[in-house]
Design a protein. Structure first.
Length: 118
């Protein structure tokens, strides 16, 4: 598959273990030159937490925080595991955990194949 960016794709539910394998084969790492610095300060009876963006002196490779087996378990729960697809190729995926009460969803995983980022 070429690394050419695609402008049209569909988002749909994941359908098979083979598609899950394609999701797991995507490069989950990313590179950044910024981090958040957290300052914690006690002010009387209050604790103040402040985050600020700090530029790093060089690029940093960041590993994905979840293991493959955790992603497989998430797929088996089938809350809401969606893939982005174009020309029968998985471009990325999103895994949401659904809570019925209160009605909301939490993004657990959001991965875009390296060739399709930005």
């Amino acid at each position: 598959m070429s690394t050419q960016k695609r402008s049209q794709f569909i988002v749909r539910e994941i359908q098979s273990q083979a598609e899950l394998a394609s999701c797991l084969d995507l490069d989950h790492t990313y590179v950044t030159d910024h981090v958040w610095q957290m300052d914690l300060r006690d002010e009387g009876e209050e604790t103040v937490v402040r985050y600020r963006t700090v530029r790093l002196p060089r690029l940093m490779d960041v590993p994905y925080p979840r293991e493959r087996d955790q992603l497989t378990v998430a797929w088996q729960k089938l809350d809401c595991f969606l893939v982005a697809e174009s020309d029968d190729h998985i471009l990325g995926y999103v895994n949401l955990r659904i809570e019925l009460v209160p009605s909301r969803g939490w993004i657990q995983d959001l991965v875009v194949g390296k060739a399709f980022r930005r």
